[in-house]
Design a protein around this ligand. Structure first.
Ligand code: ITT
Length: 206
């Protein structure tokens, strides 16, 4: 069975990956960084989501010697000129938690009437240390002025996606796994990997 490494130690991302790959899990197995002994700390030195996702996927596939995919994602706020963007995880310092990041964001946006924002997710696929392809998804919405809901992670409790009046923190996986930035990027990579699996099967039967 094909083994593929999800190059992340973010458990919330892994849950969202598993939900999207569910239809393929009888034909492939997903391992995570926690399954790989001595998994290295990978530095995100790129200047875009694409570059950072690609760095993580390439290094992971080389280290674990198997195909790997990695997610680089974040929140872009219009009135903050796209911040926190690729620095979303490190927005309130390396050791801060989700609550502190949200408090910093709300402080920066205090009094601002333009609340427009979008989540971006880029998933990169790599094999033997070489890039194969990247897949992007985005979801537009607004930032509210205090956190609501306990589902999800990161900035979910302050992000209301367009077309809804609740945050991702309130809507939970039933909605988030259909419309989120990550759901959209995952839809593309799942289709791509399904084609690869189908062509491998064809080959076996020829
Ligand atoms: P890996 O690099 O190990 O995958 P990470 O959490 O450090 O895990 P990123 O560098 O891609 O991941 O940072 C993404 C940050 O953007 C994440 O920590 C959240 O703060 C935010 N973010 C991304 N997707 C999100 C989502 O679906 N909901 C809420 N916040 C999200």
């Amino acid at each position: 069975m094909l083994q593929i490494l999800a190059a992340t130690s973010n458990k919330h991302k892994v849950e969202e990956f598993r939900a999207a790959f569910a239809p393929l899990l009888s034909r492939m197995e997903i391992l995570t960084a926690d399954d790989i002994h001595g998994y290295p700390e990978i530095r995100e030195t790129g200047t875009s989501f694409e570059e950072n996702a690609d760095i993580k996927a390439r290094e992971a596939s080389a280290y674990a010697d198997m195909p790997a995919f990695a997610d680089d994602s974040g929140l872009e706020v219009a009135v903050l000129n796209g911040a926190p963007g690729i620095f979303s995880a490190r927005y309130a310092g390396d050791h801060a938690g989700d609550a502190e990041r949200i408090q910093k964001l709300l402080a920066e946006m205090k009094g601002k009437t333009n609340r427009r924002a979008r989540f971006v997710c880029v998933i990169a696929l790599a094999y033997r240390g070489t890039s194969v392809k990247t897949f992007r998804g985005e979801v537009n919405g607004t930032i509210i002025d205090e956190p609501r809901g306990t589902h999800g992670f990161g900035y979910d409790p302050v992000f209301v996606p367009d077309g809804y009046d609740k945050t991702f923190g309130e809507l939970g996986p039933e909605v988030k796994d259909k419309i989120s930035h990550r759901a959209k990027a995952l839809e593309k990579i799942v289709a791509f990997i399904k084609e690869e699996l189908d062509s491998m099967d064809d080959f076996e039967f020829e």
